[in-house]
Design a protein around this ligand. Structure first.
Ligand code: NAD
Length: 300
């Protein structure tokens, strides 16, 4: 497999969008730091979730690839996550569920427990945008984004905490009873005109995550967020698919390259591992400096 992740920092920043590699996959050299653990990754049939599912599997975890679209895409993720010839990879299954539906979320957790015995890690990744100027935004656009991006994360976190508390800490597996990683956004702090539903959902994720983290810490459950900047996935294709759009995008990124899903996946694996054991309630920004007020780079 081409180890495009190795060229990430050095070379990718100089490539134009059409030269960027299609998928950045974790390599077989990944350490099995999640061996014996089970993870659910929501919205894992594309983009960031797909990369996280593969990286967790490469780190030895069994993975439930949650999806809502075509099953073939999710099956392809299961295949690429589990077929690289390396012997410490975990197993993977895919499971269709709409994260905004309470019954479907509970069924997904029941299936994961049935298949793998328990759930140790939740990656709350599923999300969408339905953009419109405020005056044009319909109530259904507002509700759908809040339902998936915020309520979906709540429903999955609740189901995960119930299972983590039921099982408790198993020291031979992990020093925590469970780990939740919420995929938020730089827009949990950066206002975003024309996207008020999305920005409100991610701002909500920030305080939901921190409040849950405070509540469940005594049970040795860790809850954190990853806040991506611009990552090259289907959700924001318009922002990087043409040279003009890409040049405009780079004005917002001091590090002068778009992010890759693998940039997020590496942090997700580490946050879920015992190497991050004393970290809880944190929003970690992976954004090439997008939150550094790049407009102040010159002057101000
Ligand atoms: P993506 O569109 O490739 O992935 C989103 C996934 O969520 C898709 O697979 C989609 O099918 C799934 N999904 C949507 N509604 C769902 C539902 N109701 N139930 C289950 N799954 C559902 O885009 P992505 O960029 O990989 O987005 C992943 C997460 O990262 C999202 O939460 C997004 O807000 C966040 N994010 C992305 C960027 C970026 O630049 N790409 C930046 C900041 C945050």
């Amino acid at each position: 497999m081409t180890t495009v992740s190795r060229m990430n920092s050095a070379a990718i920043r100089d490539l134009t969008p059409d030269q960027l590699p299609e998928v950045v996959m974790p390599t077989c050299e990944a350490r099995p730091i999640l061996r014996g653990q089970t993870a659910i990754v929501t919205g894992a049939s594309s983009g960031i979730g797909r990369s996280i599912a593969a990286a967790l599997c490469a780190a030895g975890a069994n993975v439930v690839v949650n999806f809502i679209g075509p099953e073939a895409e999710a099956q392809a993720v299961v295949h690429e996550a589990t077929h690289c010839g390396c012997d410490h990879r975990g197993r993977a299954i895919c499971h269709r569920a709409d994260v905004s539906d309470e019954g479907q979320v509970d069924e997904m957790f029941a299936r994961a427990i049935d298949e793998f015995g328990t759930v140790d890690i939740l990656i709350n990744n599923a999300g969408l945008q339905q953009d419109a100027a405020l005056e044009e935004m319909t109530l259904s656009q507002w509700r759908r984004v809040i339902d998936v991006n915020l309520t979906g994360q709540f429903l999955c976190a609740r189901a995960a905490v119930r299972e983590f508390k039921r099982r408790g800490v198993k020291p031979s597996v992990s020093c925590a009873a469970g780990k939740i990683v919420c995929v938020s956004s730089v827009h949990e702090v950066i206002p975003w005109a024309g996207h008020v539903n999305y920005a409100a959902s991610k701002g909500g994720v920030m305080l939901m995550m921190k409040s849950i983290a405070q509540e469940v810490a005594p049970w040795r459950i860790r809850v954190n967020s990853i806040c991506p900047g611009a990552i090259r996935t289907p959700i924001n294709r318009a922002a990087w698919a043409t040279p003009e759009a890409y040049a405009d995008l780079l004005k917002l990124i001091p590090y002068k390259r778009i992010g890759e899903p693998d940039d997020i996946a590496r942090l997700a694996v580490w946050l879920a591992s015992d190497e991050a054991d004393y970290i809880t309630g944190a929003s970690l920004f992976v954004d090439g400096g997008m939150t550094l007020y790049p407009g102040f780079e010159a002057g101000g």
